[in-house]
Design a protein around this ligand. Structure first.
Ligand SMILES: Cc1cc2nc3c(=O)[nH]c(=O)nc-3n(C[C@H](O)[C@H](O)[C@H](O)COP(=O)(O)OP(=O)(O)OC[C@H]3O[C@@H](n4cnc5c(N)ncnc54)[C@H](O)[C@@H]3O)c2cc1C
Length: 336
C-alpha cells in the first residue's frame, strides 16, 4: 500500500501531460490532491503520441480487434468524458465497405455490438455527403470523438481550474520528486518498463470544403482499420496505419493507402489539399493491453497502445481508487 493514501493534500507529481497524464492530473486535482503535472515539451505537445491521434472514442468498433478489457475501460471512460467535458461530440461513428470487402464488413458486424444497420437512404440522411456512395453502413450511435490538439489544452485548462499546477519544459525523473509519483511518460519510460515498444501509426491531414462529415467514417480495409475523421475548419484526419516500427517517417505506400481510403469514401477528396503527413509511436506492452504498475511510492500508467483517448479516464479513476481506498483492479494493476 502506498504511504500517501488517505491524505488528499499530499503532493502528487505526474510526469507526462499526454492523454494518460492529463486525465490522471484532472481526477487527482478534483479529488483535492496537490497535483503538479510535469511535461518536458511545450504546450503544443508535438512530441507526444497524443498529438498525432485520431481521438476516436469507439469502444464498440474497437472490440473487433481488442480484448474485452478495452471495451470495459472504454465504456466507463465514455461516462467520464461526458461528465467532465459535456461538449464532447457523441454523435456516433459509421463503418462502410465497398463490395469487394463485403465479407469483412459482415465479419465486423458479427464481431461488434452497439450498432444498427443503415440502408443507403438512412446513411444519406445521416451524412448527406455520402448519398449514393455505399449500399449500407453500420452505425454505432453512442460512440464519440475528440480532436486531440484541441482537447489536450482543454484538459490542461481544467486541471488548472481544479487547483493543479502544470509545468511545461520540465524534464524530470521520479527520483527528483517527493510524494506520490505517477509516471505517464509513454514510450519514453521504456528503460524502466520491460517489453514496452512503439507501434507506428501514420496519419494525414487534408482540407476540403467539398465533403461535409459529422462523425468518423471507418472504411473496411484488408490490412488496417482506415478512417476519415472530420475536424474543425474543413479539415479531415486520415488514419491510421499500424506498423511494428519505431521510426517516425511516413512511407509512400502508407500515404497511398490512406489517401486511397479517403478517395474511396468520397471521390471529392481527390481535390482536397494535403496539410500534413505525420506519425506517432503508440506505447504498447507485448499483449497490447494497458497497465497500472505500483512499486513503492511510484505508480506507472502505460501501454495505452491504440486506445489512449478511449481508456485514459477510466485508468485515472482506477488509479485514484487505489490511492484513496486501496482498491485493486486485477485485470489492469500490477503491484510489486
Ligand atoms: C496515428 C494514431 C492514431 C491514434 N488514434 C487513436 C484514436 O482514435 N483513439 C484512441 O483512443 N487512441 C488513438 N491513438 C493512440 C493514442 O494516441 C495513444 O494511446 C496515447 O497518445 C498514449 O498517450 P500517453 O499519454 O501514454 O503518451 P504520450 O502522448 O506520448 O505522452 C507522454 C508525455 O510524456 C512526456 N515526457 C516523457 N518523458 C518525460 C519526462 N522525463 N519529464 C516530463 N515529461 C516527459 C512526453 O513529452 C509526452 O508529452 C492513436 C495513435 C496514433 C499514433
Amino acid at each position: 500500500m502506498l504511504q500517501t493514501t488517505n491524505r488528499p493534500d499530499s503532493p502528487v507529481s505526474i510526469i507526462g501531460a499526454g492523454i494518460a497524464g492529463a486525465w490522471q492530473a484532472l481526477l487527482f486535482a478534483q479529488a483535492g490532491h496537490a497535483v503538479t503535472l510535469h511535461e518536458r515539451s511545450d504546450a503544443d505537445m508535438t512530441a507526444s503520441t497524443s498529438h498525432w491521434a485520431g481521438g476516436m472514442l469507439a469502444p464498440y468498433c474497437e472490440a473487433e480487434v481488442a480484448e474485452p478489457l478495452i471495451s470495459r475501460l472504454g465504456l466507463r471512460s465514455l461516462d467520464i468524458w461526458r461528465r467532465e467535458l459535456p461538449d464532447t461530440p457523441f454523435n456516433g461513428s459509421l463503418v462502410v465497405a465497398h463490395p469487394r470487402e463485403r465479407n469483412d464488413f459482415e465479419r465486423f458486424a458479427r464481431m461488434t455490438e452497439g450498432h444498427r444497420r443503415l440502408d443507403a437512404a438512412a446513411l444519406a440522411g445521416l451524412e448527406p455527403s455520402l448519398e449514393g456512395r455505399f449500399r449500407d453502413a453500420l452505425f454505432f450511435p453512442t460512440e464519440g470523438h475528440v480532436e486531440p490538439r484541441r482537447v489536450l489544452p482543454k484538459l490542461h485548462a481544467r486541471i488548472k481550474a481544479a487547483g493543479g499546477t502544470i509545468k511545461f519544459g520540465s524534464d524530470v525523473s521520479a527520483s527528483d520528486l517527493d510524494g506520490l509519483v505517477i509516471d505517464c511518460r509513454g514510450l519514453t519510460a521504456r528503460e524502466e518498463q520491460p517489453g514496452l515498444r512503439g507501434v507506428k501509426g501514420e496519419m494525414i491531414l487534408i482540407e476540403s470544403s467539398e465533403v461535409q462529415l459529422s462523425r468518423p467514417v471507418r472504411l473496411i480495409h484488408p490490412r488496417w482499420p482506415l478512417y476519415v475523421i472530420p475536424r474543425e475548419d474543413n479539415m479531415f484526419m486520415l488514419g491510421a496505419t499500424s506498423i511494428e516500427a519505431e521510426d517516425t517517417g511516413v512511407s509512400v505506400r502508407s500515404a497511398l493507402e490512406l489517401l486511397g481510403a479517403a478517395y474511396a469514401v468520397h471521390p471529392a477528396f481527390g481535390e482536397a489539399r494535403i496539410v500534413e503527413f505525420g506519425s506517432g509511436l503508440r506505447p504498447a506492452y507485448p499483449d497490447n493491453l494497458p497497465r497500472i504498475g505500483v512499486r513503492g511510492g511510484k505508480i506507472s500508467v502505460n501501454g495505452l497502445y491504440r486506445h489512449g483517448f478511449l481508456i485514459a479516464p477510466a485508468l485515472a479513476e482506477l488509479t485514484l481508487n487505489f490511492v484513496e481506498r486501496g482498491q485493486i483492479d486485477n485485470e489492469v494493476m500490477q503491484c510489486a
